[in-house]
Design a protein around this ligand. Structure first.
Ligand code: HEC
Length: 126
């Protein structure tokens, strides 16, 4: 009886590992891409208006999947360039806290201030 219950748990641990592994791979790819050309700095149109603290959080926690210009790197739903026209501040904050689909929730790893800062900034992207 207990054995049956164990299978979905193992499967979900496995998929969490896959997501983490993917994020690490994406980060490494980003680092390699950035390190490649010293002079070829790409201007990020969509990131430059972010308050510096918000930009720092975005770069360390969101950029892997959402890209250095909010363009999205893991599918159409990850393009955030106009997310403010689809989602309110509250909806964005809820998604950052709880996650959705392949996106992990950040309620435990980001402060309320950080989540609010990200949400406020993203809500202006229309
Ligand atoms: C592991 C990859 C990953 C990371 C890291 C990640 N996201 Fe996402 N995010 C996704 C995916 C995948 C979706 C699409 C989810 C869906 O609708 O199925 C998404 C969707 C979103 C959406 C909703 C977009 C829409 O139009 O529906 C917002 C807002 C968002 N992410 C913000 C963030 C923020 C802010 C961070 C950093 C704190 C972050 N994400 C980190 C993968 C990620």
């Amino acid at each position: 009886m207990e054995e049956k219950g164990g299978i979905p748990l193992i499967a979900s641990i496995h998929s969490i590992r896959l997501v983490k592994g993917f994020a690490i791979l994406a980060l490494m790819a980003a680092l390699v891409a950035c390190g490649g050309k010293a002079g070829g700095k790409k201007e990020s149109v969509h990131l430059k208006d972010a308050p510096s603290k918000v930009a720092a959080v975005y770069q360390s926690r969101c950029l892997n999947c959402h890209g250095n210009d909010l363009q999205g790197r893991v599918g159409a739903n990850t393009n955030l360039q106009q997310v403010g026209s689809r989602m309110s501040f509250e909806e964005i904050a809820a998604q950052i806290e709880q996650g959705k689909g392949l996106m992990p929730g950040f309620a435990d790893s980001l402060s309320q201030n950080e989540i609010d800062g990200l949400s406020e900034w993203l809500a202006t992207k229309q």
